[in-house]
Design a protein around this ligand. Structure first.
Ligand SMILES: [Ca+2]
Ligand SMILES: [Ca+2]
Length: 188
């Protein structure tokens, strides 16, 4: 539509007034395009330790279930600042049957999140489409308690409306995991 407007411009339309209007349209359209394709990144640094996140980031397009902010000091490798998040009742030990859940207000086609302190119990990210079908996953595991071990879990897939985060294994262990730096991009 923008291209058509530019090409369809007549000499009369490029008068000073017309040019200003055209530039205004270009500016508005440019802003919308830039916003639609922008990666949204949440560093969680605005949260209060122990509080449930729920709809705190709804204005950015994502709501949480079973998640709370977790202040960790000194911060662990992979974290942005001192604030991460983990499970609201299970802390650093979310399970497949009781995972941390995020729901997007509209489909995204890329998602990444940093898992920190990942040891022998590992970590898993699963994504789902609007029909509730599992459409992608990422995960990994470390050794022992996983001190200093972190990785960005990433899935690129169209139509993602929900994700789950939990530990890969649930055998008895003191290994805990936390998350930080959620990034996602809405589909154009
Ligand atoms: Ca952070
Ligand atoms: Ca750990």
């Amino acid at each position: 539509m923008l291209v058509k407007n530019v090409r369809g411009c007549t000499h009369r339309e490029t008068s000073r007034k017309g040019l200003c209007s055209l530039l205004a349209v270009v500016g508005i359209c440019g802003f919308i395009v830039a916003t639609a394709y922008a990666y949204i990144t949440i560093d969680f640094e605005d949260g209060t330790d122990g509080n449930n996140i729920t709809d705190h980031y709804a204005n950015l397009g994502v709501k949480f279930k079973n998640a709370k902010w977790r202040v960790i000091f000194p911060e662990l490798p992979g974290m942005s600042g001192r604030v991460a998040f983990d499970h609201s009742t299970l802390g650093g030990a979310p399970t497949a049957s009781n995972p941390i859940v995020g729901v997007f207000k509209k489909p995204v086609h890329r998602i990444s999140v940093t898992a920190v302190d990942v040891g022998e119990l590992g970590v898993k990210l699963e994504v789902f489409n609007a029909k509730g079908k599992l459409t992608g996953r990422d995960g990994f595991s470390g050794a022992g308690l996983g001190a200093g071990n972190y990785r960005n879990l990433t899935v690129t897939r169209p139509g993602i409306v929900k994700f789950k985060l939990y530990q890969l294994y649930d055998f008895p262990s003191a290994d805990l995991v936390h998350f930080d730096n959620l990034a996602f991009e809405f589909q154009p």
